[in-house]
Design a protein around this ligand. Structure first.
Ligand code: NAD
Length: 477
């Protein structure tokens, strides 16, 4: 049912030198499900050499032909999405319905880039001299090194792979060691669709070792990272030292603002769905709930009720609504954040505890009146805990929402067009979603500002991330 754990280098599935491996654990049971090879320098050199040669061929393959191969990959993803989803629930833990959705939507992302890659338009700039022709052309930036995390193993990988390939770049992707199975199956779809050897390469390893080696390599021209702000700072500094372009999709701490005039039932239902999806391990997850004083008690009661009713369990049980946390580190982190907030006086509305000792299960947790100094309100929680806070004036809530270094996503509920417009304009965030959840579609940009990173994945901006601009001025022909 699981997959054979391998690298994919220069069109070949390989365990590389295989001098080191690390166990892959099912987070619902704590059982080992496989041993993953970790790349050596020799393996990384092979991937770099392949990416350099792959770029030479792929960058001069027509956008039309690249698009046809990508569309074949999308069709294969649709055909195989159930197997990919099962691999993901096995090593990452999320409910199988969430895995299915993520796997299926990967096909949409690939198709979007397959289409958009054919529209990498340049322009002609009117010249001062009629004999001169001035062209602006868009070219693929070069071989890319990409690093993706364990929370959405397919989604995080597919946006980088499809964006790079559509633009004409080759790519080496270091996917998550803790949840590698579904990414291997995703890469298999590109291989079977006919992506030429060397264009796409997949490795696993000791993250800091791999990134340090790849980012320094003169072959790599672009670095795309999704993960924590702390790691993003380090990779950004290294990339800057070597003058590499970067896209950084980092941590977030999204405010969710419920105004006095909001539809409370809709707000509580969406808050619960968004907060506990993937057990809260989502960079755009709402993690600070600012609720107007006049509706605080009603919202807190309803949100608490809905959260308390969620069925937590093994992701393969189809009645499960929230799976385990993806690794034991998150359980410890959430226990510490909840203890800190409770010690400072936060009221536990529901949850607050680990469930059992087998697997990484934690109760969906809602805390009311969380004191401002609680760590949870400034550190990204990345888990199933929702602190509720009161506000009574729009200016003050916008100030609080903007007070952190993060700026990835923000959510708000209001019946007033004026308030919605003001929130949309004034929230310091790469993405704002009002009265619904409307983020992360293939055709729309996804990305943050401030310490949440820079650059976008998705939309036309997602293709731009892998293109550079060349100016050609010619005369005489
Ligand atoms: P972490 O900071 O050690 O790792 C985060 C991710 O970065 C992992 O996928 C890891 O493999 C990778 N990574 C770590 N060091 C690296 C390096 N030097 N070079 C390249 N990749 C490296 O923390 P963690 O315990 O795995 O995850 C917890 C934190 O990570 C969360 O608090 C959250 O902020 C963040 N995170 C963010 C996202 C996101 O979608 N933005 C996804 C996963 C994790």
């Amino acid at each position: 049912m699981y997959t054979e754990l391998m690298f994919y280098i220069d069109g070949v599935w390989t365990a590389g030198e295989a001098d080191r491996t690390s166990p892959v654990i099912n987070p619902a049971t704590g059982e080992e499900i496989g041993q993953l090879p970790l790349a050596s320098r020799t393996d990384l050199d092979a991937a770099l050499d392949a990416a350099a040669k792959g770029f030479e061929k792929w960058s001069i393959t027509s956008a039309y032909d690249r698009s046809a191969i990508l569309r074949r990959a999308a069709a294969l993803v649709r055909e195989r999405h159930e197997h990919m989803a099962r691999c993901m629930t096995l090593d990452q833990g999320k409910p199988i319905a969430e895995s299915m959705l993520e796997a299926k939507s990967a096909a949409d992302h690939i198709e979007w880039y397959a289409e958009e890659g054919r529209r990498a338009y340049g322009r002609i700039v009117p010249s001062r001299n009629p004999a001169v022709r001035q062209l602006v052309v868009r070219e693929p930036v070069g071989p890319v090194a990409a690093f993706t995390p364990w929370n959405f193993p397919i989604n995080q990988a597919v946006r980088k792979i499809a964006g790079a390939l559509a633009a004409g770049c080759s790519i080496i992707i270091k996917a998550p060691e803790e949840a590698p199975g579904s990414v291997i199956e995703l890469v298999r779809c590109f291989h079977d669709a006919g992506v030429p050897k060397g264009v796409l390469n997949l490795v696993f390893g000791v993250p800091a070792e791999v990134s340090d080696y790849l980012v320094r390599s003169p072959i790599i021209r672009k670095v795309s990272f999704t993960g924590s702000t702390a790691v993003g700072r380090k990779l950004g500094a290294l990339a800057a030292e070597h003058l590499k372009l970067t896209t950084m999709e980092l941590g977030g701490h999204a405010p969710f603002i419920v105004c006095e005039d909001a539809d409370l039932e809709a707000a509580a239902t969406l808050a619960c769905g968004l907060k506990f999806r993937n057990a809260g391990q989502v960079c755009a997850s709402p993690s600070r709930f600012y609720v107007h004083d006049a509706v605080f008690e009603r919202f807190a009661r309803r949100f608490g009720e809905l959260a308390g009713q969620l069925k937590v369990g093994d992701g393969f049980d189809t009645s499960t609504q929230m799976g385990p946390l993806a690794n034991a580190r998150r359980v410890t982190a959430i226990q510490e954040l909840v203890a800190d907030a409770s010690d400072l006086g936060a009221v536990v509305v529901t949850g607050g505890k680990r469930i059992g000792q087998k697997g990484n299960f934690f109760e969906p947790t809602v805390l009311a009146d969380t004191p401002a100094q609680a760590r949870l309100l400034c550190e990204e929680p990345f888990g199933p805990v929702a602190p509720l806070l009161r506000f009574d004036d729009l200016d003050s809530v916008i100030r609080q929402a903007n007070s952190l270094e993060y700026g990835l996503a923000a959510f708000a509920f209001t019946a007033s067009l004026k308030t919605a417009t003001e929130l949309g304009n004034r929230l310091q965030s790469g993405m704002v979603s009002i009265n619904h959840f409307g983020l992360a579609l293939p055709e729309t940009p996804f990305g943050g500002i401030k310490a949440s990173g820079h650059g976008s994945e998705g939309g036309t901006e997602g293709l731009d991330a892998y293109l550079t601009t060349k100016f050609i001025s010619q005369v005489g022909c």
